[in-house]
Design a binder for this molecule. Structure first.
Ligand code: ZN
Length: 72
């Protein structure tokens, strides 16, 4: 890649370095409304307040199953 001005290259480096720490910019992801982390979109679940990541979804399902098992 070539740049017209040295400052352009600097800006490019600064941006890509910053984005490397932000998965939301480099791959499809979202902020989980439950754990607050940026997660991949795979397995996410729509909720009233936004999206829930796959890990939080599994946690919820496990809790629900445990409650059902306790009630039985
Ligand atoms: Zn989550």
């Amino acid at each position: 890649m070539s740049f017209a001005r040295p400052s352009d290259e600097h800006a490019y480096r600064v941006q890509t370095t910053r984005q490397a720490k932000m998965p939301g910019v480099t791959r499809p992801s979202f902020r989980c409304s439950e754990c607050g982390y940026y997660r991949g979109t795979a397995g996410r679940q729509k909720t009233a307040s936004g999206w829930r990541c796959a890990a939080c979804k599994r946690m919820r399902e496990a809790r629900a199953e445990q409650k059902m098992a306790e009630a039985a």
